[in-house]
Design a protein around this ligand. Structure first.
Ligand code: V47
Ligand code: SF4
Length: 378
């Protein structure tokens, strides 16, 4: 385990620059740091310093708690009208034979497999195809709720919703109301990638813009609903692009307060059009978690998604601002394993998750999707 210093020790350090001392003082005073200070942290903050700041904030917000949930994924299709350069998962419509495309009945069958298990959430996302339209998803959500009303549906992102609503010629407001009335409970954080227009065009051209992604979350929050936010990092973006991404999220969160967790997603380079781009180091992953915790002062939770980052790094991340590691997953998602993530068959029992968290001296808490405590494992 990498030990982090406490903030007082950091402030006493003779080697620290005036700028880094000033930022540490702001964190001690619970003051917000600026855009330029965020970039400065990426450029000059070394790991121990960042860990001390992030840990200080994490302990104030979440004590020693580490959250997880019992969930599984359903990926309705891996065929996609888009061709994001980082995506190892999607198959173009013309390569249909390599893809899958589930019907409403097939998705319900996948959900029924968990009937005798105490899962609390189904996480649903995947490719975008014309057939899986407004009518498809409203019928699907309604039937899931008829079958198992207590199962939280966390499904689709503004990438899918923007496409579906445009095709159905309904406004974002009307569309999101239809989804909520059909049974949608919350939105996962995907599709955010990186908000900067130039980089977004290069890696995820054609899909919803940053402004559209943010508008759909804003409308959803204003309906009293909650969601998450991600950031795909470690590819061709700069540090300033990462801070710009966080800044836009911080501004929306100030307006609505509807985001639960921020989830940095490390770019994985296997089997995609960006395989020539090297992956960043684990040190950079930890620095990125820490800076996310410092910058996003109005987000309650920072999640390291263990299926993507691997068990050891997710354990390390718990000393760098992270307080959530996602769920049991039960080997039901292919998005990351196909892109080269360590976990090729992501699946952890509750006992394994508890053990992983306890090994680093933290307190595991099983939560529901909206962070209501279910069980604390002292
Ligand atoms: O938007 C796809 C990412 C996201 C790669 O809300 C990749 O609780 C890295 O959003 N390397 C979808 N990342 C997944 C997602 C998510 C995951 C876990 C929890 C939650 C939550 C949300 O996966 C996409 C994209 O940014 N992704 N390919 C890749 N090669
Ligand atoms: Fe389609 Fe999503 Fe893959 Fe982009 S990341 S190609 S939208 S499945």
């Amino acid at each position: 385990m990498i030990a982090t210093q406490n903030l007082e020790e950091i402030m006493d350090s003779a080697h620290l620059s005036t700028d880094l001392k000033h930022i540490a003082q702001k964190v001690m005073n619970a003051e917000r740091i600026s855009f330029d200070e965020g970039v400065h942290l990426f450029e000059h903050g070394e790991l121990g310093y960042l860990g001390a700041l992030a840990n200080h904030i994490r302990e104030k917000k979440n004590g020693a708690y580490v959250y997880f949930n019992r969930n599984f994924h359903v990926e309705p299709t891996n065929i996609c009208v888009y061709t994001c350069a980082f995506c190892a998962y999607s198959r173009l419509i013309k390569q249909r034979e390599e893809g899958w495309e589930l019907s409403v009945d097939q998705i319900l069958d996948a959900i029924k497999k968990y009937d005798d298990q105490p899962v609390t959430e189904v996480h649903m996302t995947g490719g975008v195809i014309p057939k899986q339209d407004l009518q498809f998803y409203t019928e699907l959500f309604r039937r899931i709720k008829e079958h198992r009303p207590g199962l939280h549906i966390k499904a689709l992102t503004p990438v899918e919703y923007h496409y579906i609503f445009k095709k159905a010629k309904v406004s974002y407001e009307e569309g999101m109301k239809l989804m909520r009335d059909a049974g949608l409970d919350s939105m996962p954080g995907g599709g955010a990638e990186i908000f900067d227009a130039e980089i977004r065009e290069k890696i995820a051209g054609g899909k919803c813009s940053a402004e559209e992604w943010l508008a759909i979350h804003e409308i959803w929050h204003k309906m009293g609903m909650q969601s998450n936010a991600t950031m795909l990092y470690g590819h061709i973006e700069t540090f300033a692009h990462r801070i710009d991404h966080m800044e836009r999220l911080r501004q929306l969160q100030d307006k609505t307060g509807g985001f639960n967790a921020f989830i940095p997603l490390k770019f994985r380079n296997k089997n995609n059009q960006m395989s020539h781009v090297a992956e960043v180091s684990v040190i950079e992953d930890l620095r990125n978690y820490a800076i996310s915790r410092i910058y996003l002062d109005n987000f309650d939770h920072i999640k390291s998604y263990w299926a993507m980052i691997g068990r050891s790094t997710s354990q390390l991340s718990l000393n760098f601002g992270v307080d959530d590691i996602d769920g049991t997953i039960d080997d039901t998602t292919k998005i990351y394993s196909m892109a080269g993530a360590e976990e090729q068959t992501p699946k952890m029992s509750t006992a394994e998750l508890i053990e992983l968290i306890k090994q680093v001296g933290k307190i595991p808490v099983e939560r529901d999707t909206l962070y209501q405590k279910i069980v604390e494992y002292n």
